[in-house]
Design a protein around this ligand. Structure first.
Ligand code: GCB
Length: 603
């Protein structure tokens, strides 16, 4: 689905602001059938949980309702009119006045609802959206809802970040012409100095397609007609990590000489390839430095915020990070657009986090019952996962910054049933996008001896906490474990290996002259040990620390005010280790530490 934007043939009204808000238990039956009877207003975009001083709202299980009035511009009588929700976490029902006009499941991908038949140009309507943050074993991510001792429904889930819910991204009302450009898919390549952009335009209705590719100065470099084709770009300027370059692909739908629809998108010409143990961008070995992140901030929860967007990217640049993983769900499209414009490399992850009953077993990793079973990750879960993957890839496949898909975080890939569960998803991902490598982030219980699915994937992405959850406070033992673990994966797979999570909880301001967990010194020593080990393996292609910043978690007793593995605090102040990382990472330009200079990053 194309992101709505203003074009010569399309219009857009932003519906962000404060909306009437209430939780279902306080609103009565069918609350959309009139004005919501509530004193509360919620900010959009924002998760609703932390906005109010009210625990019942914060931990509400069930539906909440947002409502506002919307005026349809009077010039829209001939247009197709849509509502577009950039995200409703995790399920949504959309009502125009009394009518249910659309539904969606999946909390981090956008959806649109055609309301042309329900509204009239020049009039106003009541827009109500029900949003549910509930997680069950048939949602992605999965969770469990039980009726507790008090008779209340209690939500549990198998990931540590707080289950923020609501309208965390923008809401739009927009138009498209009736005959229209429905979708555009591009892929790119180059040979020497000549680039190529392969495009395919999906058209709904009548019209002939024309495309024009312009460079950053606005000069036409290629053009073509027809719904699909290949554009040749002489003297191509490649999109490179640290040196973004974006062409503009203007797509027009014509009826004779009349432009029926127009849409344009940025295109970065670059290639991605896994060859042997190398991860290549534009044919050059690339070394990932950076973080697993979260969309997380005080008050707004997972609400998208351009100020945090800009500041987080500034901090990443300052520290020398060239990449991040969208752990553990697709991020706002604005984040990927920003990464495209600033040459930051992204591993794009689905929200499939917690497909692992082993984590319930604690450090033993023994599942109380099999993960891949009727009881938990069953055919319905897999279908939800497939739908989620489809929506992620179709949303993000045109972003040059996205170099790899991560189809799950820490699934029980060591358990029976993992192969049957993942094989069709891998096949689907490869059909949706044959150009990008695939990965999943490996849980520590999945070892090079017992993992059952790594051969289906291209890159070994390890999440490992030696020196934290294992061998806590004992970095010598941790170093031995880590070394053996990496060596085992190298010997088993012959694939590129990277660390997608390693980290130590650190209380800012806590210091000690002794080796003590939670101190700022321990975080520094812990990371230094990891880096020493990584640098010994030529097959190692990257390091993404857990986590960029401290983030909110559930009320777990082993978390003090959230997960503190951030290199920055939740309000983005650096812990001591940030300066070590800056010394290690700046100037690398995508090369492995200690391996000299490179052209990667130059234009
Ligand atoms: C993990 C998870 C991540 C957690 C992290 C931790 O393995 O992938 O979501 O936050 O460990 O800090 O425990």
């Amino acid at each position: 689905m194309l992101k709505p934007k203003m074009t010569p043939t399309r219009e857009l009204v932003n519906l962000d602001g404060t909306w009437l808000f209430g939780i279902d238990s306080r609103l009565g039956d069918e609350p959309w059938r009139g004005a919501l009877r509530t004193p509360l207003e919620a900010a959009v975009p924002a998760s609703y949980n932390d906005l109010f001083v009210d625990d019942e709202i914060r931990s509400h299980v069930g539906w909440v309702y947002y409502q506002r009035r919307v005026q349809v511009p009077r010039g829209w009588s001939e247009e197709r009119i849509l509502l577009r929700f950039d995200a409703a976490t995790h399920a949504a029902r959309v009502y125009v006045d009394d009518a249910l006009v659309g539904e969606h499941v999946g909390g981090y991908t956008p959806f649109a609802v055609d309301i042309t038949e329900h509204v009239s140009a020049g009039t106003a309507f009541r827009l109500t959206i029900g949003v549910s943050g509930d997680l069950t074993n048939e949602t992605i991510p999965p969770g469990k809802i039980e009726v507790g001792m008090t008779g209340k429904r209690v939500q549990t889930y198998f990931h540590d970040f707080y289950n923020y819910a609501g309208l965390a991204r923008s809401v739009w009302m927009c138009t498209t012409p009736r005959s229209r450009i429905e979708d555009v898919v591009v892929s790119t390549d180059f040979d020497g100095t000549v680039g190529s952009v392969t495009y395919a335009v999906d058209v709904e209705g009548e019209g002939a397609v024309r495309v024009v590719l312009r460079d950053e100065e606005g000069a036409v470099v290629a053009s073509s007609s027809g719904a699909s084709g290949v554009l040749t770009v002489p003297d191509v300027t490649l999109w490179k990590p640290g040196a973004a370059y974006l062409y503009d692909l203007a797509v027009e739908l014509h009826d004779a000489d009349r432009v029926v629809d127009a849409y344009s998108l940025p295109v970065g010409v670059r290639t991605v390839e896994v060859r042997g143990t190398q991860f290549l961008i534009n044919g050059e070995p690339f070394y990932f430095t950076g973080f697993g992140k979260h969309e997380d901030a005080p008050v707004r929860g997972k609400g998208h915020d351009d100020a945090y967007l800009v500041h987080d990217f500034q901090l990443m640049e300052w520290i020398g990070a060239n990449s991040f993983r969208t752990s553990h769900y697709p991020y706002a499209e604005e984040v990927l657009e920003f990464a495209d414009r600033h040459g930051v490399v992204v591993i794009d992850e689905t929200a499939a986090v917690g497909l692992n009953m082993g984590v319930v077993g604690g450090m033993s990793g023994t599942p109380p019952f099999p993960t891949f079973s009727e009881q938990y990750a069953n055919a319905a879960t897999q279908a939800a996962h497939a739908q989620h993957l489809r929506e992620l890839v179709t949303r993000d496949r045109n972003h040059p910054s996205v170099v790899m898909w991560c189809i799950a975080n820490e699934p029980a890939s060591n358990e029976d049933g993992a192969r049957e569960y993942f094989e069709p998803l891998v096949q689907l991902a490869r059909e949706l996008d044959p150009t990008r490598p695939l990965s999943y982030a490996l849980v520590m219980f999945a070892t090079f001896q017992n993992d059952q699915i790594i051969d289906l994937f291209d890159v070994v992405c390890m999440n490992r906490y030696y020196g934290w959850y294992v061998a806590s406070g004992d970095l010598a033992t941790a170093e031995a474990y880590l070394t053996g673990d990496i060596r085992g994966w190298i010997e088993r797979t012959g694939k590129p290996i990277m660390m997608t999570e390693y980290g130590a909880d650190t209380m800012e301001g806590l210091h000690s002259v002794h080796t003590q967990v939670w101190t700022e010194e321990y975080q520094r020593d812990y990371l230094a040990m990891n880096h020493r080990v990584f640098d010994r393996f030529p097959e190692f292609v990257g390091e993404q620390i857990w986590n960029f910043a401290d983030f909110a978690t559930t009320n777990a007793i082993h978390r003090v005010g959230g997960n503190k593995k951030g290199v920055f605090t939740r309000d983005r102040r650096p812990k001591s280790v940030a300066f070590d990382l800056r010394a290690r990472w700046t100037g690398l330009e995508g090369r492995k530490p200690g391996t000299g200079t490179t052209e990667q990053g130059g234009r």
